[in-house]
Write a protein that binds this ligand. Structure first.
Ligand SMILES: *[C@@H]1O[C@H](CO)[C@@H](O)[C@H](O)[C@H]1NC(C)=O
Ligand SMILES: *[C@@H]1O[C@H](CO)[C@@H](O)[C@H](O)[C@H]1NC(C)=O
Ligand SMILES: *[C@@H]1O[C@H](CO)[C@@H](O)[C@H](O)[C@H]1NC(C)=O
Ligand SMILES: *[C@@H]1O[C@H](CO)[C@@H](O)[C@H](O)[C@H]1NC(C)=O
Length: 506
């Protein structure tokens, strides 16, 4: 890019930061009344206190301790953000943002440390009661995830995690305890966070516990990357359906809340206009999104998956199909990026790509589809959120959609000034919201939007090497400091002016 053009672009960015709303339709007023705006976290990523108050070890506690080499910086979330002890301060910073909702997950290992065969842990119940009550006192709606990747290690051992059918009864039991304990105050439940990524990382790529895979996807000591992800997904779907049936039958009539599921959704653009690549983009979407939502809405897996996987894809019995018909009240979408899809049926591709069994190669392209971020494969492509939302809106009959995650990562090694004056994150959020509001104007039924994340935290395989927070966290002192993006979000939500970001050292 020519120097003059760069200069103009920088000036434009600076202005945009100072005047929320100046660049297009990115004001709160562009969203319907009652729209939820929030920020999100998950239990293992922020809570710490991994041995406190009769919690059992989760699968992630054990994995990070026994195989630290699997985590980029070799670290774990024993302490993380110490949110378990600092939750009152964290409710305060949620409140400071001016949001009306906070998305967090419950740690299964805190609630029923040994599963169905053990006791309910009253200290775990008490913690989430305190958190929920503190949020409600500030007028903030709890938006509660029942499973965000972590489960008691004992259950992973007993059932092979989601691979064993016995885990369904365990999940139904654990979620029943949660509905009973918290459902009088929780209006928004989701069963699973990103089950489509969960089973791929666990059973196709073998990078999350229980660390199972087979070539060409990876080399684990055991596993079957062509079959096990689909068996695990089947158990997740039936666990989900059992929890929803229980909620509908025994809790919803009295408690009046709603229940949904959260799917990770990229938008796939065909790499070229060839019929093959256009079909590849559709196929990748089908293997990513329809895989979970088709069974929930239509009672079976999408046709493309049946054709390509044949007997590796489980079947639903007629009784299970009936169970699935309990559907959901809303769909959560975690959307970060758009990527090109290239066909691998009619032309050769690198093996071991994420899209795996769909025979699709996902690539940032050359030139790249958008600016890269600190997480490989995640590019900044704000316009992609609009077709993604429109697609789900059309296919799933105008079901209410919540964007349950959207956010921007920085390398932790970035200098302190740039970490705090996070102009790229501000522009990312602003531009994604602009295209989201465009989908709303085109008739999509969108109920809310959550930034990932409230605070920097333990980012799974990345450990602490990347930062997604609106608030910077100094992990030595646990001090939280609002970034420019936190100040921008507050200004966007309240209509106040944007203040200069406070420096962490001032
Ligand atoms: C932990 O469990 C033990 C044994 O059941 C019990 O005595 C103790 O009070 C529990 N601790 C908390 C904090 O609930
Ligand atoms: C595909 O076709 C559209 C419309 O004809 C065009 O705008 C676009 O640049 C083409 N994309 C590629 C990658 O060739
Ligand atoms: C599912 O049903 C089809 C058709 O009845 C059958 O061909 C296939 O083998 C079954 N798959 C499994 C995993 O049982
Ligand atoms: C979709 O849902 C929204 C919100 O409930 C509603 O306003 C709109 O009319 C619905 N559209 C269709 C096509 O049903």
């Amino acid at each position: 890019m020519a120097a003059a053009a760069t200069c103009i672009a920088v000036v434009a960015l600076a202005l945009a930061v100072l005047e929320p709303g100046a660049r297009g339709l990115d004001r709160r007023a562009d969203f319907p009344p009652g729209f939820l705006f929030g920020a999100a976290t998950s239990s293992y990523q922020v809570e710490g206190a991994y041995l406190d108050d009769n919690k059992s070890l989760s699968n992630w506690d054990v994995y990070t301790h026994t195989q630290p080499g699997k985590i980029m910086d070799g670290r774990n979330a024993d302490i993380a953000d110490d949110h378990y002890h600092r939750y009152m301060d964290d409710v305060e910073i949620v409140h400071d943002l001016g949001v009306n909702s906070y998305r967090f997950s419950i740690s299964w290992a805190r609630i029923v440390p040994r599963g169905r065969l053990g006791e309910v842990n009253s200290a775990g119940i008490a913690f989430y009661n305190r958190l929920i009550d503190a949020l409600l006192k500030k007028g903030i709606q709890p938006f509660v995830t029942l499973n965000h990747f972590d489960m008691p290690h004992e259950l992973e051992t007993r059932y092979g995690g989601w691979l064993g059918a016995g885990i369904r009864e365990e999940f139904e039991y654990y979620t029943d305890v949660c509905f009973r304990a918290f459902g009088d105050r929780v209006r928004f439940w989701t069963t699973f966070n990103e089950p489509n990524l969960l089973v791929k990382f666990q059973f196709m790529l073998g990078k999350h516990p229980p660390n199972r895979c087979s070539p060409p996807f990876g080399s684990c000591s055991s596993g079957d990357s062509r079959r096990e992800p689909y068996v695990a997904a089947h158990n997740v779907l039936l666990s989900h359906a059992a929890a929803v049936r229980n909620y509908r039958t025994n809790y919803q009539p009295e408690q009046g809340g709603s229940i949904g599921i959260v799917i990770a959704m990229k938008w796939y653009e065909p790499l070229t206009n060839s019929t093959e690549d256009v079909r590849a983009a559709r196929r990748a979407r089908s293997f990513e999104v329809d895989w979970f939502l088709d069974p929930i809405f239509f009672g079976d897996y999408p046709r493309e998956m049946r054709e390509m996987l044949s007997s590796d894809l489980p079947n639903f019995t007629s009784e299970e199909k009936k169970l699935l018909l309990n559907k959901v009240d809303f769909i959560g979408l975690n959307h970060y990026t758009t990527i090109y899809a290239k066909d691998c049926i009619y032309s050769p591709c690198d093996v071991g790509t994420y899209e795996g069994n769909a025979l699709v190669y996902a690539t940032g392209g050359n030139p790249q589809i958008g600016k890269p971020t600190a997480v490989g494969g995640y590019y900044v492509v704000p316009e992609g959120i609009e077709p993604a939302v429109m697609y789900v809106n059309h296919r799933y009959k105008n079901a209410t959609i919540y964007i349950t995650e959207n956010g921007y990562s920085q390398h932790s090694s970035t200098n302190m000034v740039d970490l705090m004056s996070d102009v790229e994150r501000v522009n990312y959020l602003k531009d994604y919201l602009t295209y989201l509001s465009s989908a709303v104007r085109k008739g999509a039924n969108v109920g809310g939007y959550f930034v990932w994340s409230l605070v920097d935290n333990f980012e799974w395989l990345f450990g602490y090497t990347v930062r997604f927070g609106l608030y910077h966290v100094d992990f030595d002192t646990q001090v939280r400091t609002p970034r420019m993006s936190a100040n921008w979000y507050r200004a966007f939500l309240t209509g106040d002016e944007v203040h200069e970001p406070r420096r962490a050292d001032s």
